[in-house]
Write a protein that binds this ligand. Structure first.
Ligand code: HEC
Length: 146
């Protein structure tokens, strides 16, 4: 019993201590009118799906859940976001060259066709981000003709 209490107290102390790690927020402003939607004339129905299912990790604006404010979950989220953004950031599409854009479009179609995105662990906590078969078709069609 005493052992359990010590483990419990240590866990609480550990959680309190890790709170000193600063929480990094992915909330940099999008330079006026330069967002993907404005720049590329993305239809509303496509943008709504991207906003709901992709932008948390692939844009400059993450919609944070409550556990995004506490450590160590904030660090885990930040890791996913920075990895995702490094590979693909919709808010930076206007700075990508033609060839890079083409590669990204092909990559998006591939990831959606293979059900690789949004990543599974994200879907556990964000079931609303799951994309239906109809939405999948819509996204694939949109990115194939770009
Ligand atoms: C929880 C965060 C998260 C969400 C939400 C998410 N992604 Fe990703 N995405 C990642 C991470 C992390 C990587 C890099 C690691 C990998 O390839 O698995 C990635 C990689 C990618 C890549 C590969 C880019 C390249 O050039 O290699 C594409 C394309 C992509 N995501 C598209 C999407 C689309 C489309 C959606 C929405 C339907 C989406 N992602 C939702 C985290 C996310």
């Amino acid at each position: 019993m005493k052992k359990l209490l010590i483990i419990f107290i240590s866990a609480v102390i550990l959680i309190l201590v890790v709170q000193v790690i600063p929480v990094h927020r992915n909330e940099s402003p999008i330079p006026g009118g330069k967002s993907f939607v404005n720049q590329f004339n993305v239809p509303n129905n496509v943008n709504r799906i991207l906003e709901r299912s992709c932008y948390d990790c692939h844009s400059n604006q993450t919609n944070y859940p409550w556990y995004g404010n506490i450590q160590p979950t904030a660090l885990l989220l930040d890791n996913h976001i920075s990895e995702g953004k490094k590979k693909l950031n919709f808010d930076e599409f206007q700075d990508y060259g033609k060839r890079r854009l083409r590669t990204k479009y092909t990559e998006i179609v591939k990831q959606i066709e293979q059900d690789k995105m949004p990543i599974t662990s994200y879907l556990w906590l964000h079931p609303e981000a799951r994309i239906s078969e109809t939405e999948k078709k819509l996204l694939i069609q949109y990115f194939q003709i770009q």
